[in-house]
Design a protein around this ligand. Sequence first.
Ligand code: ZN
Length: 445
Amino acid sequence: VADVDQSTPMTDQERAVLAAIEERREDLVQLASDLIGFDTITHRPGDDPRAEVRLQEHVAGRLEACGAHIDLWEPSGADVAPHRQVPEEYSFVGRPQLIATIAGASSPRRLLFNGHIDVVPVEPIDRWTSPPFQAEIRDGRLFGRGACDMKGGVAAMVFAVETLSLMGITPPTSLVVNTVTDEETCGAGTLASLAHGLSADAAIVPEPTAFSAYVACRGILNLYVHVTGRAGHATVHQPHWRDGGAVNAIEKAAIVMRAVELLREDWSRRGDLAHDVLPPPSIVPTLIDGGEWRVSYPSACRTFYDIAYLPTQVDAGGGGGRVREEIAAWIANGTCHDPWLAEHPPRLEWGNDIPPGHVPPSDAIVQCVLEAGALVRGSASLGGLDAWHDAASLNRVGGIPALAYGVSYQDSDGRSLMHAADEHVLVDDLVACAQVLALSALRFR
Ligand SMILES: [Zn+2]
């Protein structure tokens, strides 16, 4: 935890930059509103592109006017094919990525701002007070899809760079702005940027973190468990299955589910899985699909499990191999007492593995952001994200020390704003986020 007393005092130039961002807050709100106005709902395979090109060109145009070198390109699916976290035969048609670079004054080092421009779908649309892609200010808050996660953060990072440029200030290190697509599904945009040559000495991802420096996030595993039974008339008395009787696949799936529940309880109490800034790993059934007819024993049941695992649980390759083995062994042990399941073991179908990430709190960029956060907001603390975000790829694949730092993710009643109807961000938060990013840019060496 950093507080103002321990920070290097601000220079007159730094004070002037913070004041300029405050004075230009209307422009910042306008930029965030412009970004919200582009429908960039995240890509589902088979969907047409949305307004990704227009948004990226809008950001590129503004940064080019600041003297940035612009690289706006459409990746090929082959660029991300080596990554298990990306579905096979991925396409980026109509969804370009942007890398804009502004040369630094003295240092060969580079500071990266990375943000995703895709947003989650807007349903349930009838819960919105104003149209999700038409930004609206009410009571000091900017409403619209992505206001919080994370077009507000993208606006703040672009605005920080722009303000420095307008004031004629060149920070010591080069500034790299990378706006990407496909974060909400699998992180393909940042992976494609890394494959394209994106590199830096440190990165800040302005995801909503309530002004906490998020130094870690959990990884995600997807699992389908298939259980078979044997069909038969549900209302007709059935003999033992060894004598040809029917077997209820849904009831057998419940045995798997109970075993998984015990694993989750075990994980939540195990000392070796306690983490400084993250909750324990979890495994939760979220979809179930079984049975064929109201009056038949279900012959098959498929259950989807959403799994989150810790950076401390990764295998030698940085992924979830060890976690997969542990889950498979636990399910085998928890179901083998059932004679049917012993002879017809559940089949595990593993889907995406999106590995976790972390950066040491002692790293220069974390200390830099903590200090800048303390100067702008009075204090700053460390934290972590239960879910996943692109900083994990920057750390793990790019070897770039990266953390997330940005606006609040809850309203005053504690309700989550991310992925919610009436998503919004406090305008004051946007201003503070841009100020911390600009100050970090001035101070990073
Ligand atoms: Zn996000």
